[in-house]
Write a protein of this length. Structure first.
Length: 122
């Protein structure tokens, strides 16, 4: 298996585990207050009505990112052992887990599609 694919999976694992830290623009409330990370959500004033909603969103991003990264680790182990079918299944699960955040996270779906394309070309 290409070292490039292994590197891409390693990068995706690292990125996925940091979704709540690195974040992306998300707005909350009728005034569309942008809260772009878990740290930012937790530092909002307690009087901010949508503080809990923002913190919950980013906590879900953190948990989801970690779950996807765990599956990504299974894909990585399978790639290192030359088991492409197991790797593809694990990458499929990564992109499935990512779905609620895929529009912003853009981590696993592009990697899964590229991997499928690479396998189809073998």
């Amino acid at each position: 298996m290409s070292e490039d694919v292994i590197y891409q999976v390693q990068e995706a694992i690292a990125n996925s585990r940091k979704w709540a830290e690195t974040g992306w623009p998300v707005t909350f409330g009728p005034r569309n207050v942008e809260v772009s990370s878990l740290k930012q959500a937790q530092s909002l004033p307690k009087t901010f009505v949508f503080r809990q909603e923002a913190a919950n969103y980013w906590m879900q991003a953190k948990l989801t990112g970690n779950d996807a990264a765990d599956s990504g680790q299974k894909a990585l182990d399978a790639l290192k052992n030359g088991n492409l079918s197991v790797a593809e299944d694990a990458l499929y699960f990564c992109q499935f887990i990512e779905k609620p955040f895929a529009e912003n996270a853009k981590t696993w779906l592009p990697l899964y599609e590229a991997f499928k394309g690479m396998r189809a070309g073998l």
